[in-house]
Write a protein that binds this ligand. Structure first.
Ligand SMILES: Cc1cc2nc3c(=O)[nH]c(=O)nc-3n(C[C@H](O)[C@H](O)[C@H](O)COP(=O)(O)O)c2cc1C
Ligand code: SF4
Length: 655
């Protein structure tokens, strides 16, 4: 019989074509984008958590790992409590371990060098932040102190010294962080650089700081690959824009820079460097393409590139030479290997929720909503197998239940998943409905495939009760029954035309009326408003607190609020609903009551845990676990994490 030989990467030949950057040979065109983790020890040292994080991405097959932004200066440089440092000789020891660990898995290694300038806070950097000029960052809201020329020379020297440390630690290259509104970008931008010395004014002066650093590194370390991450567009009025940035690219090429990593956006522009879900896949490739037209050195593009097909196409069309992936590698470290083995359907999709970066803004280590292992590589036990046979029943096929079943199967436990509905996914099916949330359905489908591949026995449309469970005789029961909508009892609701937001989003209830009042302006209420406004309904959202969608990640929230404003949704906060009548909602005002017209009313006043079954069976079955929203309503990030925990917890009991 003829043997079928599968050529690795055959579906994506451009993506898996080896390349050279100067003399450096790279195994493929996939670059792990630098991503600040907050994993280092408080003094900026490499530790085991950081090494494990990068090793899993190198093992996953990327061509180059660009280690996250590392501080070049010992002072005024930190942006978080766990930021990596490359500011003194003593850090070289740990950086060398990190470099070797990554290289052991075949990736080339760069490390990004950063000084944040004004984009930090005194809380983290230990003093008044510095900048080219006294122009405050609207996000950080601290007035920076302008640097004098001797301080400038000192920081410039610190960049060069950091490159020496990187070289000593064995890195193939360094990347100057000249993007995203950090210090070098602040010099390049006429908006943040208002100096009147030879470092401000004309573009030639504004790029002097960057070019001086480049010249020194090239002169002192000619064999070290030098990458510059540059904003091709700041997307800020009077900031760096392509007309100037393309000239900077040409100057960088002339100065000997080996590769340009194209990016965009600053803290002030808000949405264009770590984009919310509303941005289209590859929306900023045009910026790299423009750079490619003016330089001959290799160019990296990225930002919202999610599928191997799309990445391969960009390369095939000659629009860039390398593709960077950021969040996709937090969601799935094995992205490159899965693509290489034509297993694209098994790449765990990033859903663009931005809870990873939100964590780092809170001063916490990054975590991924869909991948419980990110940031927990050294903590979670992935593979230990049970030594005694064990049978588990998981009740509920939502995110918590599915992940619990996947995890239990991975640890060698027999699993049956009992789901009430005709489809797996639980609340994910509804969460995927509002505009720009489609990727949640991709995640649902991915988890279904994982579950099937894991060999779990899936039983749909099951009405589970105690008698049924006792018949199955499981060793372990996991209750993951999710949550249900709740609302306060309000006078008159029974006689009015009322619906639950989840039924509207889930398609169980169609609204034909025109004037819709949504009671509850949390994330679900606002998303339901967006959904209904797109169907040309006149929508009013009433929220009792003073902020709408209060728990939502800030970038996605900003987009949602803009969309509600564009669609003419009336948003009212600090509103208490006192009564409902047919076609009317009555709210409390300072002067008494106000009547709002409402053809129909949509409840979006939150959820409560659905834990009744747990309470019943706990008394009869010895090993019962309650996880996800059924334990406490929080959403699927916690649900997936608790699902994964079950595997480790239970395995320990059957060894
Ligand atoms: C958690 C997180 C941390 C980041 N830290 C850095 C960083 O240290 N340096 C940098 O240049 N970009 C940083 N970025 C931006 C990414 O490198 C990347 O440009 C961005 O996430 C868009 O690409 P993606 O859609 O593939 O994630 C960070 C992004 C995230 C999500
Ligand atoms: S936390 Fe959300 S945005 Fe970040 S990598 Fe995970 S899925 Fe993507």
């Amino acid at each position: 019989m003829a043997k079928v030989v599968q050529i690795m990467g055959e579906n994506f030949p451009e993506l898996f074509k080896p390349a050279h950057i100067a003399k450096l040979k790279v195994r493929n065109r996939i670059v792990m984008a630098p991503m600040f983790t907050n994993f280092s020890s408080p003094d900026g040292e490499v530790n085991e958590a950081l090494i494990a994080h990068y090793v899993s991405r190198a093992r996953g097959g990327v061509g180059i790992v660009i280690v996250e932004a590392a501080c070049v200066s010992p002072t005024l440089c930190n942006q978080g409590p766990g930021q990596l440092h490359i500011s003194r000789q003593r850090f070289v020891l740990g950086l060398n371990r990190l470099n070797e660990a990554i290289k052991a898995y075949g990736s080339c290694t760069f490390i990004q060098l950063v000084h944040p300038g004004r984009q930090t806070s005194s809380q983290y950097c230990g003093g008044q932040p510095v900048a080219p000029s006294a122009v405050a960052c609207p996000l950080m809201q601290e007035m920076p102190r302008p640097l004098d020329q001797s301080e400038l020379q000192q920081i410039s020297r610190e960049y060069v010294q950091a490159a020496h440390y990187a070289s000593l630690a064995g890195f193939d290259g360094v990347e100057l962080h000249a993007a995203h509104g950090y210090l070098i970008n602040q010099f390049l931008s006429a908006h943040t650089n208002q100096r009147d010395d030879e470092y401000g004014g004309s573009l030639a002066n504004r790029q002097r700081f960057l070019l001086e650093i480049v010249a020194q590194i090239k002169a002192e370390l000619p064999d070290l690959i030098l990458s510059v991450r540059l904003n091709i567009d700041d997307f800020v009025p009077a900031g760096l824009h392509p007309e100037e940035s393309l000239q900077v690219c040409q100057a960088l090429e002339k100065a000997g820079v080996d590769i340009i990593n194209c990016s965009s956006g600053t803290y002030e522009s808000g949405l264009n460097s770590v984009e919310p879900a509303a941005y289209k896949e590859g929306w900023r490739v045009y910026l790299a393409e423009a750079v490619k037209n003016v330089v001959r050195i290799p160019v990296i593009t990225g930002g919202m590139i999610r599928s191997p097909e799309f990445a391969n196409q960009i390369l095939a069309e000659g629009r860039a030479d390398f593709i960077f992936l950021g969040r996709p590698l937090l969601a799935d470290p094995d992205w490159a290997n899965q693509a290489c083995h034509n297993r694209g359907a098994y790449i765990r999709p990033c859903i663009n929720c931005n809870s990873c970066i939100e964590n780092s803004f809170k001063g916490l280590g990054i975590r991924c909503a869909v991948n419980p292992f990110t940031g927990r590589e050294t903590i979670l036990d992935r593979d230990t197998q049970v030594r005694r046979s064990a049978r588990a029943v998981v009740i509920g096929g939502g995110p918590a239940g599915m992940q619990a079943a996947i995890s239990l199967r991975r640890h060698g436990i027999e699993v049956a998943v009992l789901e009430k509905r005709a489809q797996l996914g639980g609340f994910m099916q509804i969460a995927a409905v509002p505009p720009h949330k489609e990727r949640i359905d991709e995640l649902r489908q991915y988890m279904c495939r994982q579950l099937e591949q894991a060999g779990a026995n899936i039983l749909l449309e099951q009405d589970v009760g105690l008698a049924m469970l006792q018949k199955l005789e499981p060793d372990i029961v996991v209750v993951a029954t999710g949550s249900k909508a709740k609302h306060p009892a309000i006078e008159g609701e029974l006689s009015a035309n009322c619906f639950e937001a989840i039924d509207v989003l889930g398609g169980q209830k169609q609204i034909s009326d025109q004037e819709v009042v949504i009671i509850g302006g949390g994330t679900t209420g606002c998303e339901a408003a967006d959904f209904l406004a797109r169907q040309n309904k006149r929508v009013t959202v009433l929220e009792i607190s003073n902020i709408l969608a209060v728990g939502m990640e800030r970038k996605n929230r900003r987009i949602l609020m803009n969309r509600l404003a564009e669609a003419g949704v009336v948003k009212r906060t600090g509103i208490e609903v006192v009564k409902i009548r047919p076609r009317q909602v009555i709210i409390k005002t300072d002067s008494g009551e106000e009547i709002l017209p409402a053809d129909c009313i949509v409840w979006a006043t939150g959820f409560s845990a659905q834990d009744e079954l747990f309470t019943q069976i706990q008394k009869v079955i010895p090993l019962v676990f309650l996880i996800g929203d059924a334990r406490q309503v929080r959403g699927f990030k916690d649900a997936i994490l608790e699902g994964e925990w079950i595997g480790s917890t239970v395995t320990g009991l059957f060894i």
